[in-house]
Design a protein around this ligand. Structure first.
Ligand code: KIV
Length: 281
């Protein structure tokens, strides 16, 4: 099967067929997403938190994101691969944003670049990347890279001013040439209005019904420890299963029952004899 294309994603929106997107940060995660048959894989900068252990997405660098993105590319065949550009890699100028997008496209084989924010400066970045020939996914609502400026990791679009700003940003992002928009942590009613106003697919996360949904892989498989956002649903308990497997392994090693005979290699008799002889010399 060939890779899902932008026109196919647009057709899904028109046909009312929900688009499934999930994040991945390494080869096994990408393989699992691919085998599960998702439409889009996002190398999210949430990897800063869920795989690199930072307490926000801000710290991750372009070089670190590229390592993750290249591994995900190797594991992705048919899913459309979107890569987040990290904080600091597009903020200085349109030229810097294009150079960063080129790295993700050339070095990691990204099909599209995802950029947070929709203020006039961010729209200029989107335009520049699209003009340079690289598809862009927008991201508005709760944008974790600028969460401090938003007053924390909190839902957006709940006041008149915030809702009006989101409408302006969403329209601006479509006009700037993005082919898809991620909307995070906004009231479902607002998402419904934006779906009417826009003609590009809207992927929601904590945004109610949309043309598609995205979740962070580690949240949905149950690896994330502690607090998760209201919009997260755990579809598995892989974290507990992993701890149980390592605990069982440790117990077997400590009891001397692992490795068993079935996990060992047999040596030819003369090899053992030769080793004994060498030791005796
Ligand atoms: O970084 C990420 O995982 C994201 C999704 C939450 C949309 O941006």
């Amino acid at each position: 099967m060939s890779r899902i294309s932008i026109p196919q994603l647009a057709e899904k929106r028109l046909a009312g067929e929900p688009i499934v997107m999930v994040t991945a940060y390494d080869f096994p995660g990408a393989r699992a997403a691919e085998r599960a048959g998702v439409d889009m894989v996002l190398v999210g900068d949430s990897g800063a938190q869920v795989v690199l252990g930072h307490d926000s997405t801000v710290a991750v660098t372009t070089d670190e994101m590229l390592v993750l993105a290249k591994a995900v590319r190797r594991g992705t065949d048919t899913a459309f691969l979107v890569c987040d550009v990290p904080f600091g890699s597009t903020e200085e100028s349109d030229a810097q944003a294009v150079a960063t997008a080129v790295r993700f496209t050339k070095e990691a084989g990204a099909d599209a670049i995802k950029l947070e924010g929709g203020n006039p400066t961010r729209l200029s970045r989107i335009r520049a990347i699209v003009d340079a020939g690289m598809p862009v996914v927008g991201h508005i609502g709760l944008t974790p890279q600028t969460a401090v400026a938003l007053g924390g990791l909190r839902a957006q679009g709940r006041t008149a001013a915030s809702a009006a700003r989101l409408v302006r940003e969403a329209r601006g992002i479509e006009e700037a040439g993005a082919f898809c928009l991620v909307i995070e942590a906004v009231p479902a009613e607002l998402t419904a209005l934006l779906r009417e106003a826009l003609s590009i697919p809207i992927i929601g996360i904590g945004a109610g019904a949309a043309d598609g949904q995205v979740l962070v892989l580690h949240d949905l498989i149950g690896v994330t420890e502690g607090h998760t956002a209201k919009f997260v649903k755990r579809f598995g308990e892989v974290g507990d299963a992993t701890v149980a497997a390592i605990t069982a392994y440790a117990a077997d090693v400590r009891a001397g029952s692992f490795p068993g005979p079935e996990h060992q290699y047999a040596a030819a008799e003369d090899a053992v004899a030769a080793a004994r002889e060498a030791l005796a010399q």
